[in-house]
Design a protein around this ligand. Structure first.
Ligand SMILES: CC(=O)CC(=O)SCCNC(=O)CCNC(=O)[C@H](O)C(C)(C)COP(=O)(O)OP(=O)(O)OC[C@H]1O[C@@H](n2cnc3c(N)ncnc32)[C@H](O)[C@@H]1OP(=O)(O)O
Ligand SMILES: NC(=O)C1=CN([C@@H]2O[C@H](COP(=O)(O)OP(=O)(O)OC[C@H]3O[C@@H](n4cnc5c(N)ncnc54)[C@H](O)[C@@H]3O)[C@@H](O)[C@H]2O)C=CC1
Length: 320
């Protein structure tokens, strides 16, 4: 007990104080706009709608929105079956009530016009994210909070697409896949973000049923900085011919207690996303080069369009 309390007091010295004591500026986040209806965006929409927020889900096409709705429907049905095991009517009412909180749109600018909070979960590309936020800044209320769910890009670089006032209301809000099941959110604080906004995001994370942790705007934040180099070392183990995909996955599940092996997890995350993360870090030059060496096996799969579960094939074949 004492040792852990001591540890906390020693190691927290370097972390910036999290919270302001004033609550005058705190925001009750009710209207949320999520940009991107893919794996992550749909999950964030679901947990926010389940928590009672009014949520607008945005993507570039009706087909992408329909895909997002399909993912949410499947996941909610699963939650409903668990909550109301023997009562199909209650299951249906639960799903309908959550969907009643969700609107969809292909017009990002109008979708943010009433937003308290905007969370971006689009492709992992700095220029695309910056041009989105530059446009959203003009369309959203001045006091709306902007967040990116980026896996690997510096929040400060993305926020630079917006004026200084917005940068004080811009942070990272990093959810984990699958969002409805994973309990963590990393709240990423830049040097520019205000204490009140940071506190609002902590409160929002709890409201949607997650445990927030705080991290500076450093490559990969906490989880990915540790998890991604481990996964790439597994890919390079395969490249070297030291062991097979199946044996590496089995080894890490049975020998290290991982819920998924590194290749199953990579297929789950998306191989394009894995490659974006590693390539970005390799170019950024802030991470030890040996940790971000490319993997031949991964590069070949991505080049062939095999992106993991979402495309039907990755390290494993899901088409059968
Ligand atoms: C790339 C990034 O930037 C960051 C990342 O996200 S990295 C990826 C992080 N994610 C991981 O590491 C996932 C690792 N995998 C796992 O934890 C597990 O395999 C898993 C949770 C995905 C599935 O677990 P499982 O035991 O095979 O399946 P299952 O027993 O059906 O589910 C476990 C729980 O999650 C829930 N769950 C799983 N998927 C769900 C979904 N889509 N919707 C709702 N609930 C879900 C289940 O209901 C179950 O809940 P209870 O424990 O309360 O009963
Ligand atoms: N896949 C994962 O396990 C995790 C991914 N992330 C991050 O979340 C973000 C999204 O990742 P995924 O959901 O996996 O991607 P995805 O490929 O499943 O979905 C991205 C969605 O964004 C849409 N989109 C692209 N450009 C858009 C734009 N300008 N406006 C509106 N919609 C647009 C696409 O049509 C697609 O539906 C990325 O930044 C990724 O790094 C974070 C945590 C985990």
């Amino acid at each position: 007990m004492f040792a852990s309390a001591l540890k906390r007091s020693v190691y927290s010295r370097n972390a910036k104080a999290c919270f302001s004591t004033s609550t005058a500026m705190l925001k009750d986040i009710k209207n949320v706009t999520i940009i991107g209806a893919g794996l992550m965006g749909s999950g964030i929409v679901q947990v926010a709608a389940q928590a009672g927020c009014k949520v607008t889900m945005v993507d570039t096409s009706d087909a992408a929105l329909a895909n997002g709705e399909k993912i949410i429907n499947k996941s909610l049905a699963r939650v409903a079956r668990k909550k109301f095991a023997d009562d199909e009517q209650q299951q249906k009412a639960f799903v309908d009530n959550v969907f009643a909180n969700i609107a969809v749109s292909t017009d990002a600018n109008s979708a943010v016009s009433q937003a308290d909070l905007v969370v971006e979960a689009i492709v992992e590309n700095l220029d695309v994210k910056k041009s989105l936020f530059a446009a959203l800044d003009k369309a959203a209320p001045k006091d709306a909070i902007f967040c990116s769910n980026t896996s690997s890009l510096p929040i400060t670089d993305i926020a630079q697409a917006t004026p200084v006032d917005r940068q004080a209301r811009f942070a990272g809000l990093h959810f984990f896949n699958p969002v409805p099941a994973m309990k963590l959110v990393e709240v990423v604080r830049t040097d520019a973000v205000s204490d009140d906004v940071f506190q609002d995001l902590y409160d929002f994370s709890k409201k949607v049923g997650k445990t927030p942790v705080s991290c500076k705007d450093t490559p990969g934040f906490i989880v990915n900085r540790l998890l991604v180099p481990y996964m790439f070392e597994a890919f390079r183990l395969l490249d070297r011919g030291d062991a097979s995909v199946q044996d590496i996955d089995t080894a890490m599940k049975l020998g290290a207690g991982m819920p998924m092996g590194p290749f199953e997890l990579a297929d789950f995350v998306g191989l394009d996303t894995m490659k974006f993360i590693n390539d970005g870090w390799a170019q950024g030059g802030k991470i030890e080069p040996a940790l971000v060496q490319a993997s031949k096996a991964l590069d070949e799969l991505v080049q062939q369009g095999h992106l993991g579960r979402k495309s039907g094939k990755g390290f494993y074949d899901y088409s059968k």
